[in-house]
Design a protein around this ligand. Structure first.
Ligand code: C2E
Ligand code: MG
Ligand code: MG
Ligand code: MG
Length: 291
């Protein structure tokens, strides 16, 4: 499936990338050229409405279609991009791409919300919200079509500065999500102060929840927490149908994972959404029939 998703002429990522530290300087000068050469590509992973099986949104995930190393996952270059500051142009490149794509989907009559991942540098940039606003206007895109994901840890690096950026983004009408929820160390008091709309339960809890009661308890209480705070709750890392059905029973709103749909290039999204919206409602009906 990874091979099927590969852009033409791009070798498969072998998993043998030298560690981030070793290759970083070389990769980084290449990365800034890669942005100009359009080697940075966006994959999209569907987010499925748990109650209905509909897909109303996707998460944008960056890939580097490297001419020599093949299709590189974000882990191979995001950490170095964050250290060197290249992450800021990368974030804007991604935002520009996903908004252009969202316009295309809207014009095709299949509107989808798109979620993009932020980095800590974005949250510390006092001009960030203004620049997002300008980009939304350039694309003529409704603000609530864009979702921005941040982690608890990012928001804690400089809580006051990031709070200002987040409030400006929330004021714009952009949807804000806490990614990898449960893996950071933020207090519930801090969480409650953040102007965020969605909680994404980290996949380490979701993937294990069928076999591990502790994981299931964490998922269950996170869903309840989100509900009590008036937030939408998204489960990441849904790898099979039984996990999906128990999330449904727990009252989770949205599910995302390899068991529903893997990240794919934009031109494969419509077909993938068709497959999901055919299959998942049938699983839901069968689940209801079994009681
Ligand atoms: P994330 O935002 O938590 O994204 C979810 C990751 O989990 C993705 O990995 C996705 O392919 C993977 N995933 C989804 N469903 C499943 C599943 O069922 N099982 C398993 N085992 N994995 C699943 P990916 O694409 O390698 O991205 C890794 C991380 O890189 C992302 O985690 C995010 O933190 C970061 N990232 C991705 N794109 C960007 C970007 O454009 N900018 C920034 N700053 N970070 C990004
Ligand atoms: Mg994410
Ligand atoms: Mg995540
Ligand atoms: Mg993550």
């Amino acid at each position: 499936s990874a091979a099927r998703n590969r852009p033409e002429g791009v070798a498969r990522y072998t998993g043998r990338m030298p560690s981030d530290g070793v290759l970083a300087p070389h990769l980084m000068s290449e990365l800034s050229r890669a942005l100009e050469r359009e080697e940075i590509v966006v994959y999209y992973q569907p987010q499925v409405d748990v109650a209905t099986g509909e897909v109303r949104g996707v998460e944008a995930l960056v890939r580097w279609a490297h001419p020599v190393h093949g299709l590189l996952p974000p882990a191979a270059f995001i950490p170095a991009a964050e250290r060197t500051g290249l992450i800021r142009p990368l974030t804007f490149y991604m935002l520009d791409r996903v908004l252009r794509q969202a316009v295309e989907w809207r014009e095709a009559g299949t509107p989808l919300r798109v979620a993009a991942n932020l980095s800590v540098r974005d949250l510390l940039d006092p001009t960030f919200a203004k620049r997002v606003e300008r980009l939304l206007a350039q694309h003529g895109m409704d603000r609530n079509v864009l979702e921005l994901e941040l982690t608890e840890t990012m928001a804690l690096v400089d809580p006051e500065r990031s709070m200002e950026v987040l409030q400006a983004l929330a004021h714009l009408g952009v949807v804000l999500s806490i990614d990898d929820f449960g893996t950071g160390y933020s207090s519930l008091a801090h969480l409650q102060r953040l102007p965020v709309h969605r909680l994404k339960i980290d996949r380490s809890f979701v993937t294990g929840m069928i076999d591990d009661d502790a994981c299931a308890a964490i998922v269950r209480s996170t869903i309840e927490l989100a509900r009590n705070l008036g937030m939408t709750v998204v489960a990441e890392g849904v790898e099979d149908d039984s996990t999906f059905m128990s999330l449904r029973d727990m009252g989770c709103d949205v599910a995302q994972g390899f068991g529903l749909g893997r990240p794919v290039p934009a031109d494969q999204i419509e077909a993938l959404v068709g497959v999901i919206e055919d299959r998942v409602p049938r699983i839901l009906r069968a689940g209801v029939a079994q009681g």
